[in-house]
Design a protein. Sequence first.
Length: 364
Amino acid sequence: MKNTFLGQFLTYCLNKNKIIYNFTGQTIDWNSLYSFGQKHAISGFLFNGIKQFPKEMTPPRNLLLKWFSLSEQIRKRNVVLNNEASKLYKMFREEGLRCCILKGQGNALMYPDPYSRMPGDIDIWVMAERERIMTFTKEHFGIDDMRFHHVEVNMGNGVTGEIHFFPLYMNNPIYNRRLQKWFKQIGDLQCSNIKELPDDAGIIAVPTTEFNVIYQMGHIFHHFFDEGIGLKQLIDYYYLLRENEANNKDEIRNKLKYFGLYNFARAVMYVEKEALGLEDKYLIAEPDVKRGKSLLDEILNGGNFGRHYTKYNGFTRKGMAEKYFLKIYRNMHFIKSYPAEALSEPIFRTWHFFWRLWNKNRQK
């Protein structure tokens, strides 16, 4: 991938001040690049790279205007989410609840242009008992949906919030137990890492870089098995690794092994290095070529959250019953690479389905 225009352009967007490719004379399929940006939810990020191009090398005018309009929509959406994230954080703090914003607007702060990152919903981790969080959430928002580790709420302005009881779970019970214990041990520190949002939007607490290197690797792994991942998550992680200046790689590797994430981390390091051009000094594990190539193939085929899969009969766009069996079929492909999670996923998913059904009936 890195020897293609697409690979070179991605690397250029990530390293505009360090890497210069001579794109002159290349036949550039701008329509395909635009579609690629939408598929992976990185249109604003790519447009920032285009803005550095000489005028004679930019896309045709109609496409350029369309791309500019989309990037402005992304920028405005980030303004809305920054304001809503700050308000949500303040709301819980005024109630006396320790909390921090996960991923999302916190990740955007790592980007050279925080407004270029495609925003999604707002995830907040609240340090309190489940029942207290549920009571507070019902009083202020109502509950749209409840899952094992969060409740989903409508915050207004077209913004969805996810109020987390804990940041993440693993499908494998042994690794999950270890992970939850770590969250409890280190959680309070994550609520003390205060950051200012752009343009006086307010303040939020975000997890430390050391925490995020582990947590977000687990988050990517979880979504990989649940539906799929796109390049947006890998670009987030690229910037996160560049933020990790501490001499803590041995500690990180030990934790990744302890939580059952190490083999997947090695695959991710392959993608970060080969597809995104991350320098060796930032890698937290030795890249695994075989697993890495398989992961990159899944990323390129599935796109953002696997919504564009052509493999596995496009399982993410199927009805519940068909999707259930197609997902098992898909994830069985990864038993050799990630046996603990692949074998545990259908068991946990079945349990979670009945857990949600039972809790939904309780809420009525």
